[in-house]
Write a protein that binds this ligand. Structure first.
Ligand code: ARG
Ligand code: GLU
Length: 729
């Protein structure tokens, strides 16, 4: 299959013909430009609305029912009283935070039976887009071609800040200018953020995460990945911090929910906040991603996950504490694997090379173009090569170093230590010591030394292999003799003993206070300098800050600049192609249709799953495939209420909407703009779409809204929530 999509005639067969010429549903479109670029195409594919119905600044439109949930996910309003639907996995850490082993909502689910039982979540936000505008010319007005990248950056930042300030002056809105097309265009986003978002209901883990990591990024899927929250506002319907006096928010718009028949081929769209795609990379960058970056991340995470899994299996409290963290590490671990396989399968590097070859011919055919672009690709190639070792350093630092809890802990002493080295007033030091002592106590509440040590065992080795200079000559000898033993010595000092750490802090004020002039306290070595863990962490940090990060940044800036020019050049070169900007966590609309796919020779997937498949996957001995007794009972009695379709309950479906991380929880809508599902994942063969979209393979996975309603009503007995919704039968 791999070769088919490079469009080599040799491989064309009947099936391939159909797939190759299927109309591409690639694109994460900017709501502001739907009328200009997409409306006609969308309507020709089945949309029954106008672009104005979807995004408008003049009247309420669908966009008013879409939220960015908790910064990283999407969600949608489904009642006039602020009810919000998103994914279970987007709300999972909140469910966890309300849980104890005795009252385990992860295990059992949580359903509030009245507003008083809705649980508040400090820090959780829901953000609406008020409007957006193209401000490119204003942002770039002081940018000139002779500027260095830094000058350009500063000019853009200054102009952006000024526009942001002007746009929201005297309102409670926020404004943010964001770059598009690698910095060739700039749009401003005016948003309204609600800060009292309460947990209303979540199914048990065995429904919300059914199939867990085995099924994650896979089709066919049987997960009820949904959760319900409610936005609260002050009495004027405006955002407010949590208060018991807050009232349910009345959104400008909430989605109608369609229980009508859903068929293969039906028009669909996903309206959410995709996080990051990189569709316009060069072959050099893709090669680096596939050959170096993905494999490195995969290998570090693999070992880390094995350590965590062992500890979680052995202790239910550890399991409860780590569920969310484990899932998020594993999630991208698996994604990186899928992405590498997928990019190889579509010959991504080779296809980029072919494009670059044609691009070069195009450049060489015109004198003006030659002046602008003749050296561009060679520069990019050279710069990516220079970038590689620093990029590796940054990946290692982020994945193998800062992920260790003891590193975070030791780093927390840096401020204190720096203050001491400089000299500090007694009161300031006391306050800082107090803050630090508090941090130490809270840190050790959840600290699991043995997991941290086991992870350090391989992660620290990867760090030392890459930058041996972080050890002194003497340390290196010890490390070489027995590296396991050396690493365990990092964990044996006073600093990683909570009681001693606090005592040492108190002793410090005493001791240094006596030595120095009465009200200024100063200590040459700062704090903790004699501790091996402190020495090591400091040495890695210094090495990173001096030798890796500055070079990384310098080259990254250069790459940004070259890629900006390349993106622009590609748009000039491929005039027949409609370009969409890479995802950048701003609101986008993707559209496609309910559609199966054929991943491999003879394998064909249909687009719907049902509750029968849940039962077929059941395995009481496998924690990922347990089916709750109540659900089985409903299944056995066929007690499906009005949610049944052909004698069963639809569970998930796939469609060809271009999506990525951040689209989780996003509304999946039909041609009338009614809610038919909640986006939560992508198929394995489509994970490469963040870098190279393949229309034959890329599918988004949604929970069918009828499964969500069935679970709320029949499984949880929370009919009062259904009664709030606007359901179209
Ligand atoms: N893969 C989906 C997304 O990227 C779902 C993740 C949650 N599920 C899980 N088993 N970890 O985020
Ligand atoms: N599960 C992803 C999220 O949390 C969406 C899957 C994807 O990457 O498409 O946003």
């Amino acid at each position: 299959m791999a070769k088919i999509f490079s469009l080599r005639p040799l491989f064309l067969c009947v099936l391939c013909l159909k797939l190759t010429f299927a109309v591409a549903d690639e694109g994460m479109w900017v709501p502001l430009f739907l009328a200009k670029y997409n409306e006609t195409d969308m309507q020709s594919k089945g949309l029954k609305l106008s672009a104005e119905d979807i995004y408008s600044v003049n009247h309420t439109s669908l966009k008013d029912a879409v939220v960015q949930f908790g910064g990283g996910c999407s969600g949608e309003m489904i009642s006039a009283e602020g009810l919000l639907l998103t994914n279970y996995h987007c709300g999972r850490s909140r469910v966890q935070s309300h849980s104890t082993l005795e009252n385990n909502f992860i295990e059992n689910g949580y359903w509030s039976m009245n507003r008083g039982e809705e649980l508040s979540n400090p820090g959780l936000t829901a953000t609406f887009l008020v409007l957006m505008e193209d401000v490119t010319s204003e942002v770039l007005k002081n940018v000139s071609s002779g500027m260095t990248e830094v000058e350009r950056f500063l000019a853009i930042e200054k102009a952006s800040k000024a526009i942001e300030r002007k746009m929201v002056e005297g309102t409670h809105y926020e404004a943010k200018v964001k770059e598009f097309f690698g910095g060739n265009e700039y749009y401003i986003f005016i948003t309204e953020t609600f800060k009292d978002v309460r947990l209303v209901g979540a199914p048990p883990y065995s429904i919300g995460n059914f199939g867990a990591d085995t099924d994650n990024w896979m089709w066919p899927r049987h997960t009820g990945d949904f959760a319900l929250f409610r936005i609260y506002s002050d009495s004027l319907n405006k955002p407010a911090e949590y208060s018991p006096d807050n009232v349910p928010y009345k959104p400008k718009k909430h989605f109608e929910i369609s229980m009508k028949e859903l068929k293969e081929g039906d028009f669909t769209m996903v309206f959410g906040f995709p996080g990051r795609t990189q569709e316009y990379l060069t072959s050099f960058a893709v090669k680096q991603l596939v050959e170096d970056e993905d494999p490195l991340k995969i290998s570090i995470r693999e070992k880390r996950l094995a350590v965590m899994e062992k500890a979680m299996d052995a202790d239910p409290q550890v399991k409860l504490n780590l569920t969310s963290k484990y899932a998020s590490i594993k999630n991208y671990y698996k994604k990186f694997i899928g992405e590498s396989i997928g990019l190889k399968k579509v010959d991504a590097v080779q296809r980029k090379q072919e494009l670059e070859k044609r691009f070069t011919e195009w450049v060489n055919a015109d004198a003006n173009r030659k002046v602008k672009y003749v050296n561009l690709l060679t520069e990019l190639e050279k710069t990516y090569a220079e970038f590689a070792p620093y990029n590796k350093g940054v990946v290692l630092y982020n994945e193998a170093f800062t992920t260790l809890d003891f590193v975070t802990y030791v780093n927390s002493f840096t401020k204190l230590s720096d203050l001491l080295k400089k000299g500090v007033k007694r009161e300031v030091l006391s306050a800082e010591v107090e803050r630090q002592a508090k941090y130490i106590r809270s840190f050790f509440k959840n600290y699991n030394r043995s997991i941290d040590l086991d992870c350090a065992n391989h992660q620290i080795k990867a760090i030392i292999d890459f930058m041996p200079e972080v050890l002194t000559e003497k340390q290196r000898k010890k490390y070489k003799k027995n590296n396991d033993e050396y690493i365990s010595t990092l964990f044996s000092g006073d600093l990683l003993d909570s009681l001693k750490s606090v005592a040492n802090l108190n002793a410090l004020i005493e001791r240094e206070g006596k030595k120095n002039i009465p009200d200024t306290i100063k200590s040459e070595n700062g704090f903790g300098a004699n501790d091996l863990a402190f020495q090591f962490v400091t040495s890695v940090n210094e090495n990173f800050k001096e030798n890796i990060y500055p070079n990384y940044v310098k080259l990254d800036i250069k790459l940004d600049s070259l890629n900006r020019i390349y993106t622009q050049a590609l748009r000039e070169f491929q005039t027949d192609k409609l370009f969409y900007p890479d995802a950048n966590s701003t609101m986008r609309l993707s559209y496609g249709k309910v559609e199966g796919y054929a991943p491999n020779d003879s394998v064909v997937y249909t687009p719907f799953t049902t509750i029968d498949g849940v039962i077929a996957k059941e395995n009481p001995n496998d924690k990922e495939f347990v089916v709750p007794a109540k659900l089985k009972e409903l299944y056995e009695k066929k007690d499906y209420g009005e949610y049944a379709v052909n004698g069963t309950i639809p569970v998930c479906f796939i469609a060809s909407n271009h999506s990525t991380g951040g689209n989780s929880g996003a509304p999946v809508l039909n041609a009338q703009g009614q809610l038919i599902g909640t986006n939560f994942d992508r198929n394995w063969e489509g994970t490469a779409a963040d870098v190279m979209y393949d229309p034959a393979m890329a599918r988004n996975i949604s929970v069918d809204i009828r499964y969500t309603l069935f679970i709320i009503d029949k499984f949880a007995g929370a009919k009062h929530l259904i009664d709030e919704m606007t359901i179209i039968k």
